[in-house]
Design a protein. Sequence first.
Length: 115
Amino acid sequence: MHLSPAHHAHPHTPGEEQVALAAELLALLGDRTRLTLLHALTSGEADVTTLTEACGAARPAVSQHLARLRLAGLVATRKEGRRVIYSLHDGHLRRLVAEALNVADHRLGDRPLHD
């Protein structure tokens, strides 16, 4: 199998609108609670109670973060009785969250050891 170099992944220069939208997406991911929520959803669907336990934040804060993610189109919802079930909108986001955490893991691994 032949893999193309990374610089060939997107041969065109991104336009202003694309860069602005990407910056907006990264800003949403820049919040610890939202990143934790998105990471929890990489394992599958979950309700607010489960997500609150996963991130350790107060339920009202979790609900507000989920609302922002839903309005941004990053998470999808469906009803199951009275419960709202959340899921990631697409696989691209799953990979983006995983890569962000992988970069952080590598950066933490590169730290010099302290005596």
